[in-house]
Ligand binder design. Structure first.
Ligand code: AMP
Ligand code: TRP
Length: 341
């Protein structure tokens, strides 16, 4: 019998234009993992609405993220690619898991702390922002996921997912697989170009602080040229030089050249050449991807075919686990007619 492949689940929010942080921290690694695992890659639009979204922008960006998945090299014939809101089991499972999650646990999440501050704090913080990790836990647990490839910022959410799953399993009987995070060695955390002690984020209000996957070569050159470095003047991978360290991380994640080799190559050369080479490496990496994204976005029918097929498969797999959850907690099972999807 053919050995069953391990399952991977991951997702990106269509909450802004994707950055090279998303690309190097998430997408590039998904592409490497797709042959070895049974993969589910989701565009998590319901996570995006935990902060304010313009409906027409959300629609546009959701399709763009899907196109970026494909353009980055994720094969729709081998993987399940879908849009979260098309698969209602995610929301249903979230409600159940909410009843097995403590408010205190959610309030301790660092992402919640920083996002709730950004949204003004206090009375105006949306409950969805607090419950965000529970929806993420549902995403992961509904597929018996073994591995969750994400950037470092998501490790806390994965720990919480494991805690919720173990709690449910202990209260009833083994229901969920306990997933593990999978954090890439390089590119796990790409930093803000203007404030390199902070994570590069697509929701920053200063465009010079990030490079978007869809940025033009001129913009990329300008942003790298302007990025914050230091006055030490040595290309060195050191915590004392967070700006330079970040550029080394980026260059290394793209080219596969080690930190030491990069340091050696630019020894005694200052920053100008290093910055310019880094910009060119980014441009060369992104150019073919950008062309494919633009082509794919012209073919809405093709994209629709992919997300429809993905949603059907995801629904089929996840409803089995959802039914198991419902049964264990005491919901009465009902047999549904076949047209229920
Ligand atoms: P998000 O943009 O929050 O939807 O994140 C989608 C994926 O990209 C997650 O796996 C994140 O961990 C990853 N990611 C986002 N920003 C960065 C970054 N600056 N560096 C590395 N990975 C990132
Ligand atoms: N919360 C993740 C992020 O912001 C996105 C996400 C949602 C996700 N559901 C997921 C990632 C499930 C991995 C698995 O990066």
């Amino acid at each position: 019998m053919e050995e069953k492949k391990k399952v991977i689940f991951s997702g990106i929010q269509p909450s802004g234009n994707l950055t090279i942080g998303n690309y190097l921290g998430a997408l590039k690694n998904w592409v490497k993992l797709q042959d070895e695992y049974d993969c589910y890659f989701c565009v998590v639009d319901l996570h995006a609405i935990t902060v304010k979204q313009e409906p027409k922008d959300l629609r546009r960006r959701t399709l763009e993220v899907l196109a970026i998945y494909l353009a980055a090299g994720i094969n729709p014939d081998k993987n399940t690619i879908f849009i979260q809101s098309h698969v209602p089991t995610h929301s249903e499972a979230t409600w159940i898991l909410n009843c097995f999650t403590y408010v205190g646990e959610l309030e301790r999440m660092t992402q919640y702390k920083s996002k709730s501050q950004n949204s003004g704090g206090g009375e105006s913080v949306r409950a969805g922002l607090l419950n965000y990790p529970v929806l993420m836990a549902a995403d992961i647990l509904l597929y018996n996921t073994d591995l969750v490839p994400v950037g470092k910022d998501q490790t806390q959410h994965i720990e919480l997912t494991r805690d919720i799953a173990e709690r449910f399993n202990n209260l009833y009987s083994p229901t969920f697989n306990i997933p593990e995070g999978y954090i890439p060695e390089d590119g796990a955390k790409i930093m803000d170009l203007q404030n390199p002690t902070k994570k590069m984020s697509k929701s920053s209000d200063n465009p010079n602080s990030y490079i978007l996957i869809m940025d033009s070569p001129e913009i990329i050159r300008k942003k790298i040229n302007r990025c914050v470095t230091d006055s030490i003047g040595k290309v060195k991978y050191s915590d004392d030089q967070p700006g330079i360290k970040n550029l080394i991380t980026i260059l290394s994640a793209i080219t596969g050249i080690t930190h030491e080799e990069i340091e050696k190559k630019y020894e005694g050369k200052g920053y100008a050449q290093f910055k310019s080479d880094t910009a060119e490496a980014i441009i060369n990496e992104l150019r073919p991807l950008q062309e494919r994204v633009n082509d794919l976005l012209k073919d809405k029918k093709y994209l629709e075919n992919i997300y429809k097929r993905g949603a059907e498969k995801a629904y089929y797999v996840s409803s089995k686990i959802l039914r198991k959850m419902q049964k264990k907690i005491g919901c009465i099972p009902v047999s549904r007619s076949s047209e229920s999807y």
